[in-house]
Ligand binder design. Structure first.
Ligand code: SF4
Ligand code: SF4
Length: 114
């Protein structure tokens, strides 16, 4: 019993000290989408192929652009695969938890990196 207790005291903790210690995010991590409106041709393939129906095509300055509902998104990145212009990219942004659902709506604003 004592041996068991001592082994637990000196063992490396299984938990991480997040958020005090920031985690290292691996390459290829699928975080929040980054959308580059300047590359988008309004084809709608991203919305068509999204398995979670998390993309809504909305009107921005007379053109249809994708709006992301992150509360529905499963971060599969089919949208990026389907996009013929590489306008949707993954990011290392992962801290998306919110008590306000409206913060999980990513609107396609003009300019890069919305
Ligand atoms: S990552 Fe997947 S679920 Fe999320 S918007 Fe893109 S296609 Fe839809
Ligand atoms: S698939 Fe790409 S180019 Fe087509 S609407 Fe979506 S973001 Fe724009």
């Amino acid at each position: 019993m004592l041996k068991e207790v001592l082994s637990h005291i000196f063992r490396e903790p299984a938990t991480r000290k997040y958020p005090e210690v920031r985690p290292e995010i691996p390459e290829g991590f699928r975080g929040r989408q980054v959308f580059d409106v300047s590359l988008c041709i309004s084809c709608g393939l991203c919305a068509r192929d999204c398995p979670a129906k998390a993309i809504e095509m909305v009107d921005v300055e007379g053109k249809k652009r994708p709006l992301f509902h992150l509360d529905r998104c499963i971060f599969c990145y089919q949208c990026a695969e389907s996009c013929p212009r590489n306008a949707i990219k993954s990011s290392k942004i992962f801290e998306l938890a919110s008590t306000d659902k409206s913060e999980l709506v990513v609107e396609p604003k003009s300019g890069r990196g919305n």
